[in-house]
Structures are given as C-alpha cells and as structure tokens.
Design a protein around this ligand. Sequence first.
Ligand code: PHE
Ligand code: ZN
Length: 879
Amino acid sequence: MRTETGQVYKLKDYKPTDFVVERIDLTFELDPKETTVVSRVILHRREGVAADAPLVFDGDELTLDSLQIDGNDHDPSLYDATPDSLTIRGLPESGPFEVTVNTTLSPATNTKLMGLYRTNGVYCTQCEAEGFRRITYFYDRPDVLAVYTVTIIAGKEDAKHLLSNGNFLGGGNYDEGRHFAAWFDPHPKPSYLFALVGGDLGLVEDSFTTMSGKEVALKIYVEHGKEGRAGYAMDALKRSMKWDEEMFGREYDLDIFQIVAVSDFNMGAMENKGLNVFNDKYVLADPETATDADYANIEAIIAHEYFHNWTGNRITCRDWFQLCLKEGLTVYRDHAFSADQRSASVKRIAEIRLLKAHQFPEDAGPLAHPVRPESYKEINNFYTATVYEKGSEVVRMIRTILGAEDFRKGMDLYFERHDGDAATIEDFLACFAEASGRDLKQFALWYSQAGTPSVSVSTDWNEASKTFKVTLEQTLAPTPGQSRKALMHIPLAYGLILPDGTEFDGRLDTDDAENGVMHLTKRKQTFSFSNVPGRPVLSINRGFSAPVNIAMEQSSADLAHIARHDGDGVSRWQALNEQAMRHLVAVSKLARDGRTLPPARELADILVATGADDSLEPAFRAQALALPAESDIAREIGSNIDPEAIHTAREAVLSEVANAGLDVFARLADSAPKGAYSPDAADAGQRALAGVALAYASLAEGQPARAKTAYDSSDNMTVMSQALQVLVHQFPGSSEAEEALAGFKTRFADDPLVLDKWYSIQAMTPGAPTRERVEELLESDDFDRSNPNRMRALIGAFSAGNPTGFNAADGAGYRLLAAEVVDIDKRNPQLAARLLTAMRSWRSLEAGRQELARQALVSIREAGELSPDVGDIVDRMLA
Ligand code: PHE
Ligand code: ZN
C-alpha cells in the first residue's frame, strides 16, 4: 500500500528568496521534440543574505544543458542540477550578475499540458501554478517579479505566428526558412503569467480606445476556419474593457491584447499578461454550434481573464496560499459584470445554484479547506469552488457590510497602494478597513475557517405590543484539521413582508443592524422591531447575502407569501425553491423506506402558476420551474443517501407538475423566439423557458413526438440540444432517440466541441445501464483520451452529473471512474485529480454504496505510482 508522501507547504513558513531577480531574457528555438531554451537572468543577492548562500532555482522534469555566470561556463563543482532543482554556489557577494541557463524540451511528448506543449500542431504554454519550472530553472514563485524579454525562433511553416507577453518589439527572417519575433513586457510579473504561443492560426482583429484615448490592438487567434466563431468573444472583450474602466476605473496598460484559443487545455482559460490562452470551448461560438449557456460562459470567462489584468497581474499574490486574493476577487468582478450585462436577479439565482451544487458539498466533505488554505501538498488541487466561488462570496459580503461607496473606496485604495506588489489577504482587508473605518478582524475568519456556517432562525410575533423578534444562532461544524471554530461575522440581508404584501420600512430597535442587514457576530442574537402594523413574514438571507445554511421553521403559507410578494426576485425564487426542496426531501426519505409517496398538488400548482405568469421574466420562470437537482436533494438530506430513491421521488414530483400543467407547458414549449438567433439574455431566457416546458410536456405526454419535432425543426444548438436531451433522457433506446443521436454524430463529426455535448448528454442518461454505454463510447475508435474536454464530457459528466448511473448499487460506476483515473494519471495528473473529486461526498452515501466507493478509492491508492495530484486527493478523501 502506498504510504502518504510528499512535502507539506505551510503558509506560516513564508520566506522571501535569497536573491532578487531584476530581469529575464528568454530565447526559444521551437521544435516539436527539441526546443532549446536560453534563459538569461539578472539577479543580485538580497541585503542581509549570507555571502555563501547558494542560489536555488526550481525545476520539474528538466535537464540542464549548460550553465554560465556572466557569460562564462560555471565550474561544474559549483553547481548541482537535478530534474527538480538547480543549486548554484560561488556567486558574487554583491552587485548584479547574470545567470544563463540552457535547457532542451520536448513539447510534443508533454502530455501533462503544463509548461511548453503541443496542441493540434500549435506550441503553447501553461505556467500557473508551477509550470514555468518545466521550461527552465527559475524562481518559479509568484513573489518574484521580473521584466521579461522573449525571442522566439521557429520554422515559418511550423509556426507562422510567434506570440508572447507584452508589446511586439520586432521580428524578421532568421535563416533558412526560419523567422523570429521578439516581445517585451514592461510590467514586472511573476513566472506563472509567462506565455508563449507558436503556430499557424486564423486571426480576428479589432481595436479598443481606452478612457485616456490610447488605442489597443485586439487579436483573437483561433484554428483556421473558425474565425467566424470568434465574434462574440471579441464583443465580450470590448464590453469587459469598457466596464472595468467605468466600474473600477481600471484602464488597460499595453499596446496589444491577445487571446489564443487551443483545443487541449486543463482549465477554462489563463490570464497570462497581454496573452490570454483559452480553452477553445470558451471562445468559439455561433448559433449552430453553441448553446445560450456557452455564450454566457464565454462572456463571463473572457471578462474574468481580462479583469485579472488588474486583480492578479498588476497586483499579484505573495504565495499560492493567497490564491483567492486574485481568484475570489476576479470571480466577484466577473459576476458583477455579467449581472450588469444580463438580468441581475436571474444571474444571482444561477450563482446561488452553482455555489450550493459545487462549493457546499466540498465544504461539507473530506476535501473541505479554508478560502485561504494554510497548508497544501499539491497546489493544483486548490483551484477549487471554495477558493473561487466562496472566495467571491466573501468579497461580496465585504461590499454588503461596507455599502457600495466604501467598497469602491477600498478597491481604489487597494489598486493605488498595491499596484506592482505581490500581496496578501491581510493587505486586501486592510484597504477596506481603512477606507471604511470598520473593524474587519472577525470578518477575516471567512478566509481561515472552512465549512458552511449554519444559522438557525426563530421569530416571535406579539400581536398586542406589535413587536416582532428575530433570534439568530450560528454554528459551524468541524472540518478536516479544524475541530473548534470561532464565531463568525455573518451579514444577513432581510426584509419583513406585511400581510398586505408590502414591506415594513421601520428600522430595527438595535443598532447592530443597518441598511436592511442584520450582523450576526455572537453565537446568539435577537433583533427586534416595534410598531409593526401586522404579523410580518421574515425574508432572510436575501439575495444570499451570506453563504450559509438557514434553518428556519417557516410554514408553507409564509413561504408562499414571500414567493408572491417579496420585492426581491432572488428571494421569491429562494422561497419557491425552499418549498420544492422540503417536499422533495420528505418524499425522497419516504421512497428510501419503500413507502408510498404523497401527492405534490400544492407544489405543482404553485410551479405551474409561476410558469404561466407572463408578467414574470421568462428566464426567472425557467429557474422557478427547474426543480432542485438530485444532487441538491442529496446534499440537503446529508447522510445515508440512496440516489435511486431520490431519483424515484423526484421523477414522481416532476410527473405531477407535468400533468398539472400540460396545457401551459404545451404552449410554452413552442414559445422560443422565432427568426434570427440572438444570444442576448432576453432571447436566451425565452429559450430556457421553452426548454423546461418541452421537458415537462413530453413527460406528461409520455411520448417522444413533441421532442422529435422540436429536434428536427431546430435551427440553433440551444433548442437542438434541449430536444436531444429530452429524447435521450426520457426515451432512452427509442428509435427517435437513437436516430437523433446518430444524425447528430454524423452532422458534427468534425466538430469536437459539439461532439462533447453528444457525449455528455448520453453520459447523463439516468439509470444504471448508462455505465455500459459510457464504456462503449470510451472504447470507440474515434474517442480521444488525450483531450481534457472530451474526458470531462464523458467521464466527468457521468461521475458528477449522473447520480443514479454513477452510484449504481453494484459499485460498477465507482470502479469505472477509479480505473480511468489511474489510467489518465499516467498522462495528465491534473485532469485525473479533478475527475476524482466527483467522489468527494462518498461518505454521505448509504452503507452499501459507501463501502463500494471506499473500495474503489483504496484501489486507486494501491494502484502503484500515483502523481502527487491524485495521491493528495485520494489521501484526503480516505483520511
Ligand atoms: N488562473 C486561471 C483563471 O482562473 C485558471 C487556471 C489555473 C488556468 C491554473 C490554468 C492553470 O483564470
Ligand atoms: Zn481566475
């Protein structure tokens, strides 16, 4: 059995480097198997560092070709090179010196997609978090900022475009059939923001004039033939640039901004200075191949990477423990952007759903960690929902506590004070404390304490005195490594809805609440209101002001009152969702015990009425009609989960809603906008509503005719994939479903991104038999196991998006994932580790499945050589 290995890195051990880097000059001669890299680094010994202290650079799977100091070959007895480090002695005591490091790389055989690799014939780099050390020996850490000059030499045929960070210096012919390009980035940056791209690409160009009148060239590089699909990304980029100027006063700072779309990428995209590299999934879109969700993701991710230029690049992180400093903040910024571009309440509802679906389970299981972790073994495993999404919620709470004006003042101060710094969460918080005069010490616990707090709420109405009291009590359960927790500062937005549906505008008696927010800072607190004209209904945690679980005994009449009258759309959805969730949890438990299920008449009526209400935004109605997912219900139940019972119960409720509203759904199923496709939020909302309605109507009708017609007549991918999903999920094995699948496959045979949808839809077909289908698909000749998008589309969708298929009672789903993870790990550890996290909630399963899941995890652990990535995840999951 594998024993736990590997170094543990700790926040408290932070220490600056012994040498200070002034600048770095890189020269690449590109070749698929033998790329040479010459790195010239100018450094000096830091004040106070011992004269004999060696210079120790990081490496990863490197071999050193030669080493020079100030241009002379260094005495071999004065340095040691291993694959993962270079230690140099005999260096000048003071004054700057130049170290020249020569390495040779094989991008074509780099399957980890970290460092310099090849994707579809294109040279491309990925350096965050620790990929630069796979290119050359260097101080590969975010607090070492340097000015980069990069020269790239390549065959003209092999790589027509040669790109790197910063501004273009010049280029030209080099020798026989080869050319070169040189780039200079004046902004000091850490190595993780370095990027290089070489390839023969299609180019889409535009420009943007900044607020001070500077013209910036905008270039998006895609595969030849896909130029027509880059228009939406370009538009989103220009809107992002404008928005950051208007909302945060942030202007772009180079002559050129470039984006390259590649087909093999471990993540969504990367914010390299002036040269963002994107997973092509988040750049390419046209109506025939991309869904509304794809468009929305492109808009959000283009914005996210662009916003990193200030939050991440100009101000970077001191160390990787501070990852949320750039990620949580930048997610917050992209959320605010999307909310402004679309319907703010619908956007917020989607965020809440996502947070609860991904972050809450992470925080409740063996992989729970603070927004700012205090130790890690493998940093790649900390690009998590907690760092990103909860990190964003924490920033959002700062704004809730401070108010818009002081929040902006704090951001301004942060940009002014820390521009050019590698900063910490303490630096960040200090800006808001200073700008607002508030004490944020207790609030800072959000960064250090893991777990989702619970707030129990009770209310007391005194008719005689017309007073209303709200008592809040907080608890925070233990998480790995944190058995005892301190009390948190939880800002809860609220409203009191009076019997006539209007909102009580009186203030709280106490002053620990303001602007419609109760500040829960003690274990238990009571807030009281007087002169309330009639018994109010409490709407609490409005807009999900704090990422907590609320426990409150609220009658369904009260929930219905909120759902009908609350002025806040998010609150109305929360109340509806709560009602649906309660019912689903109750019937799931009954189903688990083999009991008969009570009718869902009341719930069905409310949902149908909401769906039918044309005065409401279509996108909102679509959200209201979408019942909590099976995984949401599982999370809410929390333990002894039987996914089969949850499925049965939820299907029963779906049928009842469908039957109760067939007329409405039949009408709405046909209501998608006709005519030219527009990806805008209004049209997308209508299509979303029509899509949910199609699923309900088909369910009530019990036959595929309606979905088949929708499929056959669809003229955009949104409607097409909705219809395909209904055919495949509701009528698996039917001739309609199989014909549609075959037609889709043929039509999009040359379009990997679209085929990914074909794989995902099949992988998510409920029920145990899907596993065999997944195995067949994996074995088919044209299945590309080296492409991360494809693996996520099949294995990821099956394990994370198909509760009954993956959790089949015989454990075959777990064994399938375990075998794939071990296999993928040999090529691409990051991808393997990420896919494995689908099992993070295994301990909440019922005993039989839990044991099978445990065995699968143990089989991974015993599989032999595991990467640090998979080793770390499996160790923590079994701990
Ligand atoms: N920093 C990227 C982002 O969030 C994500 C990423 C991390 C990409 C690690 C690649 C590798 O914008
Ligand atoms: Zn990011």
